[in-house]
Design a protein around this ligand. Structure first.
Ligand code: ADP
Ligand code: ZN
Length: 213
């Protein structure tokens, strides 16, 4: 099963993607995670991407498209994949279609998780992550990771002003993809302003619904 998860920053894409991984055993491909790993590793790609990310702007298409192309050619995507954070604009969606056609694959489901933008800023600016094990949590849960004890950090781009920029970029560049995937007949809109379990129940139902084929 090949899935795209769409949604504004802080909509809970990563959380639902983790549940899908658990339920279906397919790999989670997050361009945000891949880019952050490249920045951390100090690769040429990482160096080119870092300033865009810190400013909350999109990294240039050619860089991200190359990254996804490479990832999709790995053998663990044979039984399916979840794309999280990609595509983020029409050019990326078209490039993805081209790439999938070459690989003789198709998108089965696009899940659009919708949340009230006013809630997002509060949600994200209290988000913390563990640099050691990757666990995502909120500032209210303490300064160290409950799983491994490492000191939690805030992503540079999770600061309030940058979150607002990311929301504006989403509205302008990514939201048009909802129409694109509606036309393809694979879109399910999910109300994300609820508990993780309630959202998951809808995600599950949408995925069980068979999709395009
Ligand atoms: P979020 O969805 O919460 O904004 P991500 O981890 O998906 O966070 O992305 C963080 C940053 O990485 C984005 O603000 C952007 O700079 C960059 N990025 C991730 N995916 C893409 C993409 N498909 N195209 C361009 N830039 C991207
Ligand atoms: Zn940890």
């Amino acid at each position: 099963m090949n899935i795209i998860v769409l949604g504004a920053p802080g909509a809970g894409k990563g959380t639902q993607a983790a549940r899908i991984v658990e339920a279906f055993g397919i790999p989670h491909i997050s361009t945000g995670d891949l880019l952050r790993a490249a920045v951390q590793a100090g690769t040429e790609l990482g160096k080119a991407a870092a300033s865009y990310m810190d400013d909350g702007q999109l990294v240039p298409d050619d860089l991200v498209i190359g990254l996804v192309r490479e990832r999709l050619s790995q053998s663990d995507t044979e039984t399916g994949f979840i794309l999280d954070g990609f595509p983020r604009n029409t050019a990326q969606a078209v490039a993805l279609d081209t790439q999938l056609a070459l690989l003789d694959k198709d998108i089965d489901h696009v899940l659009a998780i919708e949340v009230d933008p006013d809630l997002i800023v509060a949600r994200i600016s209290s988000r913390r992550s563990c640099p050691a094990c990757g666990r995502i949590t909120t500032a209210a849960e303490g300064a160290v990771c409950a799983l491994c004890g490492a000191t939690l950090v805030q992503r540079v781009d999770d600061r309030e002003e940058t979150v607002r920029t990311r929301l504006a970029v989403y509205a302008e560049q990514t939201e048009p993809l909802l129409d694109y995937y509606t036309r393809c007949g694979v879109l399910s809109v999910i109300d994300g302003d609820r508990s993780v379990d309630e959202v998951w129940a809808d995600v599950r139902a949408a995925l069980d619904d068979g999709g395009k084929s």
